[in-house]
Design a protein around this ligand. Structure first.
Ligand SMILES: Nc1ncnc2c1ncn2[C@@H]1O[C@H](COP(=O)(O)OP(=O)(O)OP(=O)(O)O)[C@@H](O)[C@H]1O
Ligand SMILES: [Mg+2]
Length: 244
């Protein structure tokens, strides 16, 4: 079992899109029982799978034991792929976790869920608080999407520094160039500076995920974007194996 967090302090860098697409590869190509866990009150991961947010807004109560994961988990249209959705109640999550004082609450919940799921993929909010601290403690691998720019390496160092502040021993951190457009000079330069980082192309097929509410591997399996997500997933599986 492994927990993979898609995390950055920055907003709008492609975290939710990446988490949702990687979850599909985990469930469908790697045939892993997979849980996509949306920790962001905005609820984008569920939207990308065409699932409505729960109006009872109970996602937060999982943490203080008023609800169980079984009450909340929804099946997606895909075999082996379930969603633990977000809702408005997660806006209070930072405060709830800080008040509880249990530093490993998220890790404990993930460990419980690992009886049922081989891969748990966390879609994280762009925050630097108790939620991100708990994500670092719960994750076996942290994926950091980075917009391509001359500052990509620096941005990655900053995220790594923050992760290290949370935990002396931290899981492997994998930088990924997200939304790479090789027609743009600065993007080509960012690619040349970091040739070994996995990259996801800027693609209309990826934008279509939000329109069709399906992962790109499902509706455009031979597109460059789907292939890139597939290669990224393979790289993550490899990292997890090395770790184990
Ligand atoms: N590879 C890509 N190609 C084209 N558009 C993309 C790509 N990845 C993400 N996008 C688009 O960029 C926007 C932001 O993506 P997303 O919501 O995944 O980012 P995020 O980091 O989760 O944002 P937030 O911090 O607000 O949660 C969305 O409109 C999404 O469709
Ligand atoms: Mg998001």
């Amino acid at each position: 079992m492994a927990t993979i967090a898609v995390y950055s302090v920055k907003g709008g860098v492609g975290k939710t899109t990446m988490a949702a697409n990687l979850a599909w590869f985990s469930a469908t190509v790697s045939c892993r029982r997979t849980l996509l866990w949306d920790l962001d009150a905005a609820g984008g991961a569920g939207f990308l799978y065409g699932l409505d947010p729960d109006k009872r807004a109970k996602a937060g109560s999982l943490f203080d034991r008023d609800a169980t994961a079984a009450d909340l988990i929804q099946h997606t249209a895909y075999d082996r792929l379930d969603l633990l959705p977000a809702d408005e109640s997660l806006r209070e999550l930072d405060t709830v976790l800080a008040r509880m004082g249990k530093k490993k609450r998220l890790a404990k919940l993930a460990a419980d869920l690992s009886r049922k799921y081989e891969r748990i993929i966390l879609d994280c909010p762009p925050v630097l608080n108790e939620i991100s601290a708990q994500v670092v403690r719960a994750a076996d691998c942290i994926i950091v999407p980075l917009p391509p720019s001359p500052l990509s390496s620096r941005a990655f160092e900053l995220v790594t520094k923050e992760i290290k502040r949370h935990a002396k021993v931290h899981p492997p951190i994998l930088p990924v160039l997200s939304m790479l457009d090789m027609r743009r000079n600065l993007h080509r330069e960012a690619r040349a500076t970091n040739p070994n980082w996995p990259a996801i192309p800027q693609a209309s097929a990826v934008e279509q995920c939000a329109v069709l509410q399906r992962p790109v591997g499902d509706f455009a399996p031979s597109s460059p974007a789907a292939r890139a997500f597939g290669q990224l997933w393979t790289a993550i599986e490899r990292k997890l194996t090395q770790k184990g």
